[in-house]
Design a protein around this ligand. Structure first.
Ligand code: DC
Length: 222
């Protein structure tokens, strides 16, 4: 039986992928799969267990014995081995350490496999860095969401401030630039704009405008 469509949304940190993917998923009746949350959950576990972030065997083992699930109730919930970690995985120290964890080949292989299983029946919007290139190269719709680094830093800064996390705009911008470089240069699963993706630059657009554009692209493609 033919699977339902898979929508891949890739792009750098702070491009608005998760906000937009969530909105599009609810308006189109699709499941939202946040692959960044999966890397973040493994990162949180590694931080808690004090796993050496350069120890490939330890990281591979850790990913293999980790169960990540999503719940779609009143709010989107991320469960790490049954524990609700939705908020904890957004802490700046987790964001920072996640680049190391995402470099691990063993972690990537384990998470890519889980993501492929989660999306096997289709009917999903999956956001990340390597969805259109590695996880679902045959996705029916591929979108590459981007925005200037200044705009992405500004958005992330506001988001953190709203959560009561104190930082500064230059610091957030520097963190984003570092993550961009790590995301674009990792040996496997690097962020790339694949040829068959539609690029959307969200600089200067508000959430409603981007959501409208994305749902329009998805409807047109399907
Ligand atoms: O999108 P995000 O900021 O929640 O992603 C968290 C980390 O995981 C970030 O370091 C990039 C990495 N990541 C990845 O390597 N591949 C994905 N498909 C999704 C996220």
């Amino acid at each position: 039986m033919k699977r339902k469509p898979v929508i891949a949304i890739d792009g750098p940190a702070g491009s608005g992928k998760s906000t937009i993917a969530k909105l599009a998923a609810s308006s189109l009746g699709l499941h939202y799969i946040d692959t960044g949350a999966m890397y973040r959950a493994v990162t949180l576990k590694a931080l808690r267990e004090g796993t050496d972030r350069k120890n490939e065997a330890a990281l591979t083992g850790l990913a293999a014995r980790t169960v990540i699930r999503f719940e779609y109730g009143e709010r989107f919930t991320v469960l790490l081995d049954g524990e609700d970690v939705t908020e904890k995985i957004r802490l700046p120290e987790v964001s920072k350490a996640s680049s190391d964890i995402a470099d691990s080949r063993g972690v990537r292989e384990a998470l890519v496999k889980k993501q492929q299983e989660m999306g096997a029946a289709g009917g999903v919007i999956m956001d990340g860095r390597d969805i259109g290139s590695v996880v679902f190269p045959d996705a029916e719709v591929k979108i590459y969401l981007d925005a200037s680094v200044e705009e992405r830093a500004r958005r992330r800064f506001i988001e953190l401030a709203e959560k009561g996390i104190k930082t500064s705009l230059p610091q957030v911008k520097q963190d984003i630039e570092e993550r961009d470089s790590r995301d674009m240069n990792r040996p496997f699963g690097a962020l790339v704009k694949v040829k068959d993706s539609v690029a959307v630059d969200t600089t200067g657009l508000d959430i409603a405008q981007v959501a409208e554009r994305i749902t329009g692209i998805i409807k047109e493609k399907l």
